[in-house]
Each structure stands twice: as C-alpha cells, then as structure tokens.
Design a protein around this ligand. Structure first.
Ligand SMILES: Cc1cc2nc3c(=O)[nH]c(=O)nc-3n(C[C@H](O)[C@H](O)[C@H](O)COP(=O)(O)OP(=O)(O)OC[C@H]3O[C@@H](n4cnc5c(N)ncnc54)[C@H](O)[C@@H]3O)c2cc1C
Length: 402
C-alpha cells in the first residue's frame, strides 16, 4: 500500500473536476494537484454523453448560480475553444411555442433572458421562425443567436492536456471508497487499497457525488437520482430538415428542457434526450441494472414524493424510451416533415439529478463543505457550458475552507 501526499486532491475527471484542477493551478502554480478518476479515462460519464450545447443562459431564474455562471461560462467556453482550436459554433437556437397556452411561458423566458443579460434574443412570429428554420412550425418563438454547439469531450481532452502541462497528475482507475478528514489533512482510500493524503479535497463526482459526501460524513440530502436520457439521430439524408437548435417551451417546474433537435459539431442531428429513471448510475443501456443503485433510488423518500407528482410525465417518458414512433411524433410537432423512418437509435446519457428528501428536483448548482473538503452536490445542465465559470466558484469555496 502506498500513501501519496499532495496539496489539493480533485475527485472526478469530468469537465468540472478538470476545470477546477486547472483553476487551482492558475491560482497556485506551485501546488501539487492530483486528479483521481474511477474510470480508465477522463470524461467517461456525463461530460461525454451530452447534447453538446453551449447554452446562452435563457432559462434560468435571474439571480441563480445557473443564470450567472451560464452566461459567464458560455463566454469563457467560446474563448477557450477559440484559443485552443476546438470547433465551437454559435449556430443559434429557436424555442418554439406550438399553442397559445405556451405563450406566457415564452414571455417568461424572454424576461429571464433579458434579466440574465443574454445577448441578441429576439421574439419571432410564425413567419419569422420559418425564415430561420424553413422546415419548422409553431405560432411564435424566441431566437437566441449565441446558443451554440461543441464537443465537450474534446474540451475535456484539452483540459487534461493543460493540467499535465501545468504539472498536475491525473490518476485513472482510482475509485475513492473511503474518506477520513483530520485536523490538517484529508485521506482518501481507493478500492485497490492505495491511499492519498491532501491538505484539501474537492469532490466533483457527478453521478456518485452524494455517496462521496456521505462517506465524508455529511447529510444524505439531497440524493442523486439517475435519469437516463436516450437520443435518436436523423438519417444523414434527412439532416437538411434542421439548421440550428430547435427546442420546445419547457415545463418551468422541471429542470429538464424537453426533447430537442440538436445539430452536433460532427454533422449528426440528434433528437432527445428523454428523461427516464435509470436502473443504474451508469445505466446507459435500459437493461443495465445495479442493485445498490436501485436500492438507493427506491429507499429515498424524495423519489416517491417526486413520482407522486410526476407519474404522468414518467409514463410519457417511458413511451419515448421504448418507441421510435413516439419519439418522432414529439419531434414532428416542431418539424412536421419528420417521420419515424427518419430516425435511428443513437446513444444515451445519464443525468445526475439531485432530489431532496421532500421530492424537490434541486434546480440550481449546489455546493457543500465537510472538514477539509468541498462537494459539488448538484451540477446538471448547463454545468458543462458553465464549467469554466463554475470552477472559479468551486475554487473560491475551497479557498475559504478553514
Ligand atoms: C443526457 C445529457 C445531456 C446534457 N446536455 C448538456 C448540454 O447540452 N449542455 C450542457 O452544458 N450540459 C449538458 N449536460 C450536463 C453536463 O453534461 C453535466 O452537467 C456535466 O458534464 C457535469 O460534469 P461533472 O464533471 O460534474 O460530471 P461527470 O462528467 O459525470 O464527471 C464526474 C466524474 O467523477 C468520477 N467519479 C465518480 N465517483 C468517483 C469515485 N468514487 N472516485 C473517483 N472518481 C469518481 C466519474 O467517473 C466521472 O468521471 C447534459 C447531461 C446529460 C446526462
């Protein structure tokens, strides 16, 4: 058994862990920073299984962390990609209202966009939206020209290179299974028995973040409930149906944005994601089930409170998860020429959604502290967009640890 001693240990090599380690080194270039990761490579989970959208900040409640850090983070993300030659394109997004009863929610999004300082947002009528998306249909839309696309996996690869160049170490296959904080140090033990000791630790563990916070001695509330998001893709010969990003008006009481049409940086056009309770925190396939994960979801009172409120939505999402026709029907409301045969199955991602004991889906980014450690307890979308700004916020919290 070996024990390494460093200054800052970052747990998790997703986009947040990598961005936080980079931020720590930018502030303290002499620090020994070590990033540990349970998987063989960085960005194995959410950070490489997303829609790849650089959100502009339209949706989020003014004053929330999401609102501020998304707007700042998007600007930082575009600048970072430009500096490193990573393809990132502001292709613009339409949020389309289909019915009059969606107009108040569209009004509210327009108000939020202005309050959040999102540049260039315009209200369009049916003709105006068709001028931007000739195959789309609706009665009104918001256009956000600064919303864009990028491969967040490529961003993670570059962040990992930055870290190595700055002298940090990335240690894959180190799954933290025990945490013990003392007066001056914090010790982390891996499943292999190897141990690390640091002056402080920053946990950016995504789908497993609640378990690590509990290992560090804090409250299990909120718990991570994994939601599988399945995608379809358009057949290549039908990609001309979609030019930019096409989104529905979301249900303001849910943190998910609804099935959207998303051109990807590699030319694919994705449809999705659905949002279905997953049988495993790494439940990329519907058939992947893990007893411990199911137990954690099923024994959490918040899961049942959430289910009582959202069971109708759950049934709708189950249909989307298993039926290509149902998926196509949802998307065809926005692009009427779209047919079931235009769709092919693509990949799935699993969202780490924090759910409170009271059944509330935690909306904003959430950090907490335990002795000598900071924990990211909720970092759903738009955390990839926000990562470079959120990393500074997390580093501030770590710098304020007693
Ligand atoms: C389907 C889907 C679509 C999305 N679309 C978008 C989008 O378009 N735009 C956007 O901005 N955001 C989007 N998001 C959200 C975004 O992907 C996440 O918010 C972001 O990737 C979170 O980054 P992270 O580093 O916190 O998590 P992750 O990328 O999940 O990284 C956490 C890391 O911690 C590691 N880890 C966990 N436990 C341990 C342990 N015990 N020991 C060591 N390592 C551990 C994991 O292996 C993992 O690599 C989407 C997410 C999903 C799932």
């Amino acid at each position: 058994m070996s024990v390494d001693h460093v200054d800052t240990i970052v747990v998790g090599a997703g986009i947040l862990g990598l961005a936080v380690a980079r931020e720590v080194l930018a502030r303290r270039p002499r620090e020994r920073v070590l990033v540990v990761e349970r998987e063989p490579r960085p960005a194995a989970h959410q950070s490489s299984h997303s829609s790849g959208v650089i959100h502009a900040g339209v949706y989020y409640a003014p004053g929330s962390l999401k609102a501020r850090l998304c707007v700042d983070g998007a600007a930082l993300m575009y600048a970072y990609c430009e500096r490193h030659g990573i393809d990132a394109r502001a292709i613009g997004k339409l949020i389309i209202a289909l019915r009059r009863d969606e107009l108040p929610a569209l009004d509210e999004l327009e108000r939020r966009a202005r309050a959040n300082g999102v540049g260039g947002v315009r209200r369009l009528d049916a003709d105006g939206l068709r001028a931007i998306e000739p195959h789309a249909s609706g009665i009104a839309a918001l256009h956000s020209p600064n919303t864009g696309i990028v491969d967040f996996g490529a961003v993670c690869a570059r962040l990992a290179t930055d870290l190595r160049e700055a002298g940090a170490e990335l240690r894959p296959r180190f799954e933290v299974v025990a945490v013990a904080a003392g007066d001056r140090t914090i010790r982390l033990r891996a499943g292999s028995g190897d141990e690390l000791q640091g002056a402080r630790a920053i946990f950016c563990a995504g789908l497993w973040s609640d378990r690590l916070a509990v290992l560090a001695g804090t409250d299990p509330d909120p718990r991570i409930v994994p939601f599988r998001g399945g995608y379809m893709r358009l057949r290549p010969e039908r990609r001309e149906l979609v030019r930019g990003l096409i989104y529905p008006v979301p249900d303001p009481s849910l943190p998910f944005l609804g099935v959207h049409l998303t051109p990807r940086i590699d030319g694919e056009v994705l449809l999705g994601p659905s949002a279905l309770l997953a049988g495993a925190r790494d439940g990329y396939r519907l058939s992947t089930l893990r007893a411990a994960d199911i137990r954690d979801t099923a024994t959490w009172p918040g899961t049942w409170r959430m289910a009582r409120r959202w069971w109708r939505t759950g049934i709708h999402e189950l249909r989307l998860a298993i039926s290509r026709e149902a998926f196509a029907a949802v998307a065809a409301q926005y692009v009427p020429d779209l047919r079931g045969e235009d769709l092919q199955p693509a990949f799935a991602g699993v969202r780490a959604q924090a759910v409170g004991r009271d059944g509330r889906l935690v909306d904003d980014f959430l950090l907490s502290a335990t002795p000598r450690a900071i924990h990211v307890r909720n970092a759903p979308s738009p955390a990839a967009t926000s990562s470079l700004a959120l990393a500074a916020k997390i580093a501030d919290a770590a710098d304020q640890l007693p």
